[in-house]
Design a binder for this molecule. Structure first.
Ligand SMILES: [Zn+2]
Length: 335
């Protein structure tokens, strides 16, 4: 008995050592410089949070919509879901990101990888707007997104038609993205809040199939916190991901928060073996993101929350997921 306890202690100590030995450095593949009101804590707060969290490099984008404080609302909403007022497409968001980066000294600026997001994805002219922005800031933009398509309640609150990842406006954008070597971070929920099947899968699968030269990052692997609130863990998510990753080498997956729990980790915070196996099977295709919006104090907490899952991966794979994969996905000219 004593021997067994001792063996257990030694085993857990050695596991502890292994975990301790890994001092992760991260690339944040999903970060919003502003919130849904286009407000931000600012660059000094962001840099401080990144330094404290061990985030070396970060994707940075605005938020493509602005939540309206409606004339009839006595109190200013605190989040896009705060009341029934709509959110509208807001292009100035990219200018805030560009201006913040331009003020930085070169060595700090190099840590950021700005993505263009301020366009309406149901407007077939959106591609022309993107081209103008690329011309206006030569060499600045390194990707497109986060594009909001199916996004549970936000979809219903956004002015105009519902954006789909497989519509004509986005098709034009995917062509441009391939031509300019820009990855596209796409938010496209795999289903609605109540349907327990991959209702909207075709909307992401069609562009994956039709645009083999465009690199797609699927935000949250198509999951969302709002879907989890209404239904159990989607048992079809893992098999769907397995198939898509096999069929489409242009697909990359952002594992940020609504994937971490309940998919990567179980209720006790223990890594799920089937997800560990999925990531090991496709070691170059997964990345981490904080998905913070305008406030940065939680970046460390968000990124370190992945550590138990990273610890369950072989060290080289963990290093890829935590840091390398996102950087390798960026346009060749930036490397
Ligand atoms: Zn986001």
């Amino acid at each position: 008995m004593i021997a067994r306890t001792l063996a257990c202690l030694l085993l857990s100590a050695s596991l502890f050592d292994t975990a301790q030995a890994r001092d992760y450095r991260y690339s944040d593949a999903h970060l919003h410089y502003v919130d849904f009101f286009q407000e931000t804590e600012g660059m000094p707060a962001l840099l401080k949070a990144m330094d404290e969290a061990g985030v070396e490099q970060s994707m940075i984008s605005g938020i493509p919509v602005a939540k309206k404080w409606h004339e009839d609302e006595p109190k200013r909403p605190r989040y896009y879901a705060g009341d029934d007022a709509d959110a509208y497409w807001y292009s100035a968001t990219d200018l805030y990101v560009a201006a913040a980066l331009e003020k930085l000294p070169a060595e700090q600026r190099r840590r950021f990888h700005p993505f263009l997001t301020g366009f309406n994805p149901v407007d077939k002219n959106a591609v022309s707007h993107i081209e103008r922005m690329l011309e206006l800031y030569p060499g600045l933009w390194q990707g497109i997104g986060e594009v909001f398509t199916r996004h549970d309640d936000l979809t219903a609150l956004t002015s105009g038609d519902t954006p789909r990842a497989n519509n004509e406006a986005m098709t034009r954008i995917y062509h441009l993205a391939a031509e300019r070597d820009l990855p596209v971070l796409l938010h496209s929920n795999i289903t609605s809040k109540r349907e327990r099947n991959p209702l909207y899968l075709a909307e992401i699968e069609e562009p994956l199939r039709n645009h083999p030269h465009t690199r797609f990052i699927w935000a949250h692997a198509g999951s969302s916190m709002e879907i989890h609130r209404h239904q159990e863990r989607m048992d079809f998510l893992l098999p769907v991901l397995n198939r898509l990753l096999e069929d489409y080498p242009n697909l990359y997956v952002d594992l940020s928060w609504s994937v971490l729990e309940p998919y990567l980790l179980d209720e006790q915070g223990v890594p799920r073996q089937d997800w560990v196996e999925l990531v090991v099977r496709f070691p170059e295709r997964f990345m981490l993101g904080s998905d913070v919006v305008g406030r940065f104090g939680s970046i460390g907490e968000q990124m370190h929350a992945f550590d138990p899952f990273l610890d369950a991966l072989p060290e080289a794979v963990a290093e890829r997921v935590s840091r390398k994969n996102f950087i390798e996905l960026l346009p060749k000219r930036t490397k």
